[in-house]
Design a protein. Structure first.
Length: 195
């Protein structure tokens, strides 16, 4: 039997902003993505996270929202209702972008924490087009990656307790693209870190 070789992985940092806790009843109102780096075998190569990016603001899919959740992003919901991208079109554009940047690799979504961002991203990809370029499980949680490498409990895997050399020098602004770029730097730092 032939040994199956793994394709290289292309890690794409994704951050989403939402107007509530779960997709469906509530909406993903913006999302940003930045290529963090490339892994082939044991070798990880960091990318310039500002070089290959994607960002969209979306039209809400329901009338329901949690004011406190909406306030985090600072986005104007009335403007998004009028001017936000159609979710089906935005997801099609995002799929095409992911496939373009990962032409020779397997794309892997990474987030901090991935559980929230992946829930919305995967739901939107499937609801608005029925296809995910990441497959059904192609995500990596940076909190778990840090907890495993640092040998700390998951609840202790918070940015405030991480060594400073792991953290991006960029601010966490709650603008989805800014935060995707910031977290792409964290991803590369984590991948290259030898504690």
């Amino acid at each position: 039997m032939a040994v199956r070789t793994a394709r290289p992985s292309l890690y794409i940092s994704v951050d989403i902003e939402a107007d509530g806790p779960i997709p469906g009843p509530y909406s993903m109102i913006s999302f940003g993505a930045a290529v963090a780096g490339w892994q082939e075998g044991e070798v990880y190569t960091a990318a310039d996270p500002e070089r290959r990016t994607f960002y969209r603001e979306l039209r809400p899919i329901s009338d329901a929202y949690v004011p406190e959740a909406l306030a985090v992003s600072g986005l104007d919901r009335d403007r998004l209702v009028r001017e936000g991208a159609d979710p089906r079109a935005a997801m099609a554009e995002f799929r095409a972008w992911v496939r373009k940047v990962s032409v020779d690799a397997q794309p892997v979504m990474c987030g901090y924490p991935a559980s929230f961002d992946w829930t919305f991203l995967y739901w939107y990809l499937m609801r608005f087009g029925g296809d995910s370029p990441f497959g059904h499980s192609g995500c990596l949680d940076m909190k778990t990656l840090y907890a495993t490498k640092a040998r700390v409990p998951l609840r202790a895997a918070v940015k405030g307790r991480m060594p400073r050399e792991l953290l991006s020098r960029r601010r966490h602004t709650h603008h989805a693209l800014d935060d995707a770029i910031e977290q792409a730097e964290l991803m590369s730092n984590l991948m290259l870190w030898r504690p």
